[in-house]
Design a protein around this ligand. Structure first.
Ligand code: 5GP
Length: 203
């Protein structure tokens, strides 16, 4: 029996550079993963390809996917829906391949509830502590818009406690190397190796 694939969730606060780190991970040749292509109702940007970057959907189509339970998680982010089709995730894992999700924090929390065996990696801005201090000290003086954004940032940063790993995005190269190291060691976990062995013996 093949080892079951790993579900890897890369998440973190808005603007931290998740997309850039994910792209760099997929351009390195050392380790291979499948990518979970999300569905979204947001407009296709120039250069984006339907079925590669996203599955671009109308709101009606997306809501039908929700009703039919076709999504592992979904969220509404800045007025658009984003979600992870569940079928592809399940099939990839069963086939023994690792699958990579790059999603925002609300969605990551839903995945954690449904598939807690996943590996949850939180990408942090390099100045996280500084940012928090700034928000706490000066938040009350700021304009309502800035305050709202800061509050949202703090809310997102606070979710770090639910993750397995924190990776500082100081440089893209460093962040990529850390993510790859995490995945390598997850594959070597005794519990995983024993689980595969037990499942093989049962066959
Ligand atoms: P963008 O519109 O810039 O491509 O993505 C906006 C945000 O949505 C990013 O933080 C990205 O990580 C997140 N995102 C992309 N796909 C999904 C998804 O399937 N589910 C969730 N929850 N967030 C997603």
């Amino acid at each position: 029996m093949t080892e079951k694939g790993l579900l890897i969730v890369l998440s973190g606060p808005s603007g931290v550079g998740k997309g850039t780190v994910r792209q760099a991970i997929f351009s390195q040749g050392e380790q291979e993963f499948m990518y979970s292509i999300s569905a979204t109702t947001r407009k296709q940007r120039e250069g984006e390809v339907d079925g590669i970057d996203y599955f671009f959907k109308s709101r009606e189509e997306f809501e039908r996917m929700i009703e039919k339970n076709e999504l592992l998680e979904y969220t509404e982010y800045v007025g658009n829906y984003y979600g992870t089709p569940i079928d592809y995730v399940k099939k990839t894992l069963e086939a023994g391949n690792d699958i990579f999700l790059e999603i925002e924090v609300q969605g990551a929390m839903q995945v954690k509830e449904r598939m807690p065996e996943g590996i949850f990696i939180f990408l942090t801005p390099p100045d996280m502590m500084e940012l928090e201090a700034r928000i706490i000290n000066r938040g009350t003086d700021a304009s309502p818009v800035i305050r709202e954004r800061m509050e949202k940032a703090v809310e997102e940063l606070n979710l770090i406690r639910y993750y397995d790993y924190a990776v500082e995005n100081d440089t893209v190269d460093n962040a990529v190397n850390k993510v790859l190291a995490i995945i390598k060691s997850e594959h070597l976990k005794v519990s995983r190796i024993l689980d595969t062995k037990l499942r093989t013996e049962k066959e």
